[in-house]
Design a protein around this ligand. Structure first.
Ligand SMILES: Cc1ncc(COP(=O)(O)O)c(C=O)c1O
Length: 457
C-alpha cells in the first residue's frame, strides 16, 4: 500500500524551536515606543508581557530549547501528521505532488495551541494570574483558554463582535475551558466605549479587540496580555510545524518546490515556512507563498511602514506591512485573516524577496474547501481554505506547464465549528468584496504622522 501519512513518534518531536532572527539576510528594524518613537527596550514591554517571553521576543539565538513541561503538553497531539494528498491530486488531474501538514489535530482544532501552551507556561513561570487576549474567529481564544486551564491561569478573551455572533460554538469552547469571553468592542473598557461612541454598530476588528485586551492587562500588575500571532516569539513557537514537516518530507523522500500557508498575522505560515526559508536564504530555490484575503490585502496592497498593532494606539509601533490601524475589513468569514497588519518577520522577508504574497477572494477559497473536503475528507477552517485555494492554483499551473512540482501546504485548522460559514456559501449568501483604492488610501492617512522605517515602501 502506498504511504498516505508520514508519522513521527513522540521521541522524534523537535526539542528546540527555530528562530529566524538569527538568519535574516538584512536584519530587522526595532519596534518603537508608542509615546517617544524611540526603539522599545525590554522594560517598555514589561507591563504587557512577562520578561521570559520578552527575552524570546528580542532573541537572536538560532535554536531555543523547548521546556519539558511544554513538550509534555505538545505530546497530546504532536507530532502532527503530514499527508500526501493523492485524492486531491487525482481530482485536479495534476502532475504536482501535494503534501499537507495537519495542524487541525490539536484539541482546539488549529495550530494556535503551539504558542498558547508556550505562552501560558512562561506566564505561569513568571507568576501571572490572569491573561487577556483578543480573538478573531475564536481559534486563538479557544486555544489560549485550553492552555490557561492546563496551567491554572484565569483567561479573558475579547472576541471580534462579528465572529462572536457568527461562531457561538467557539465561545462555548472557551467557556468549556473556563475562560470568560466578551464581544468586542465592549463597554467594559475605555477603548471599547470610545469605539462604540463613534459607531455603536461596529462589527469589531482584531485591532479593536487588541486595544481592549491590552488595556485590561496593563490595569493590573498580575494580569498580562497574550497575542496569538504577529510577534517574534509566536513565530518561534510555531516553528515546530516546519521542523517536524522537514523530517516527514525526508521520510517521503521529497523536498518542496512550493510552500504555501494562509496569513492573518503570519504565524501558521511562518511556522511551516521559516525552517525552509533558512534553506532559501542559503541558496535553495523554493517559492514560498503567503496567502491573504483580497478584502484584507495587508501584504499585497499595504505599504511596509511603522504602525500600531491595535486601533487605539497602545501597542509599540511595529515595522510591518499594514493597511493602517483603523482599517476595518469587510465581514468575511475568515475572521482570523481580518487583521490590518502582518508579522514584522514575514514583512521583512517579503522585502528581502524570500516570501511572495498573494491574495484570493472569499468565494474561490470556499470552492477550494469543497474540492478538498470531497477528495481528502477534511473540512477546512475558512482561513485555511486560503492555503487550499492557492495550492489548487499552483497544482493547476503545474498541470498547464506539464511540471511535476512538489507542493507543501499548511492545513492550519478544521472548520467543524465554522459550518455556518459553509451554510452561507451553500445558500449563495457569501460575496467577494472589492476593496476600492480610496478606502485603502483613507485608512493609510493614519500612517502619515508616524515614523518611517528605513525600507519604507
Ligand atoms: C485555522 C486558522 N488558520 C489561520 C489563521 C491565521 O492566523 P495566523 O496568520 O497567525 O496563522 C487563523 C487565525 O485565527 C486560524 O484560526
Amino acid at each position: 500500500m502506498r504511504t498516505k501519512k508520514y508519522l513521527l513518534s513522540e521521541n522524534d518531536m523537535p526539542r528546540q524551536w527555530y528562530n529566524i532572527m538569527a538568519d535574516l539576510p538584512n536584519g530587522m528594524e526595532p519596534p518603537l515606543h508608542p509615546g517617544t518613537g524611540q526603539p522599545c527596550g525590554p522594560e517598555d514591554l514589561a507591563p504587557i508581557f512577562p520578561m521570559n517571553l520578552i527575552e524570546q521576543e528580542v532573541s537572536t539565538q538560532r535554536w531555543i530549547d523547548i521546556p519539558e513541561e511544554i513538550l509534555e503538553k505538545y505530546a497530546i497531539w504532536r507530532p502532527s501528521p503530514l499527508y500526501r494528498a493523492y485524492d486531491l491530486e487525482r481530482a485536479l488531474d495534476t502532475p504536482a505532488k501535494i503534501y499537507y501538514k495537519n495542524e487541525g489535530v490539536s484539541p482546539a482544532g488549529s495550530h494556535k495551541p503551539n504558542t498558547a501552551i508556550a505562552q501560558a507556561y512562561y506566564n505561569k513561570m513568571a507568576g501571572t494570574k490572569k491573561i487577556t487576549t483578543e480573538t478573531g474567529a475564536g481559534q486563538w481564544g479557544s486555544a489560549l483558554a485550553m492552555c490557561c486551564s492546563f496551567f491554572g491561569i484565569e483567561c479573558k478573551v475579547f472576541m471580534v463582535k462579528i465572529s462572536y455572533n457568527q461562531k457561538p460554538y467557539r465561545r462555548l469552547m472557551m467557556e468549556t475551558w473556563g475562560a470568560n469571553c466578551t464581544a468586542s468592542p465592549s463597554s467594559e473598557t475605555k477603548a471599547g466605549r470610545s469605539i462604540l461612541e463613534k459607531n455603536p454598530d461596529s462589527p469589531g476588528s482584531l485591532g479593536m479587540a487588541i486595544s481592549e485586551a491590552v488595556e485590561e492587562a496593563v490595569s493590573d500588575e498580575n494580569t498580562k496580555y497574550a497575542l496569538g500571532s504577529v510577534l517574534n516569539h509566536v513565530m518561534i513557537h510555531q516553528s515546530i510545524i516546519g521542523l517536524e514537516a522537514k523530517k516527514q518530507m525526508e521520510m517521503a523522500g521529497a523536498y518542496p518546490d512550493v510552500i504555501i500557508g494562509s496569513a492573518g498575522g503570519g504565524s501558521n505560515f511562518a511556522g511551516l515556512a521559516f525552517p525552509y526559508a533558512l534553506d532559501k536564504i542559503n541558496g535553495k530555490d523554493i517559492d514560498i507563498i503567503a496567502v491573504e484575503p483580497t478584502s484584507c490585502p495587508t501584504m499585497t496592497r499595504g505599504p511596509f511602514a511603522y504602525d500600531f498593532g491595535d486601533t487605539v494606539q497602545m501597542t509599540p509601533l511595529l515595522p510591518m506591512h499594514s493597511l493602517g490601524h483603523n482599517f476595518v475589513p469587510a465581514p468575511i468569514h475568515a475572521g482570523g485573516l481580518r487583521y490590518h497588519g502582518m508579522a514584522p518577520l514575514v514583512s521583512q522577508l517579503i522585502l528581502d524577496g524570500i516570501i511572495r504574497p498573494e491574495s484570493i477572494h472569499q468565494l474561490e477559497t470556499f470552492k477550494a474547501g469543497m474540492t478538498f473536503a470531497r477528495s481528502e475528507g477534511y473540512i477546512s477552517a475558512p482561513e485555511c481554505n486560503h492555503a487550499v485555494a492557492m495550492t489548487i492554483r499552483e497544482a493547476l499551473k503545474a498541470k498547464e506547464e506539464g511540471k511535476e512540482k512538489t507542493i507543501l501546504f499548511n492545513w492550519s485548522g478544521h472548520g467543524l465549528v465554522d459550518m455556518a460559514a459553509y451554510e452561507s456559501f451553500f445558500r449563495g449568501k457569501l460575496f467577494d468584496h472589492e476593496l476600492p483604492q480610496e478606502q485603502i488610501d483613507a485608512a493609510l492617512k493614519d500612517l502619515e504622522p508616524l515614523p518611517k522605517p528605513r525600507q519604507a515602501t
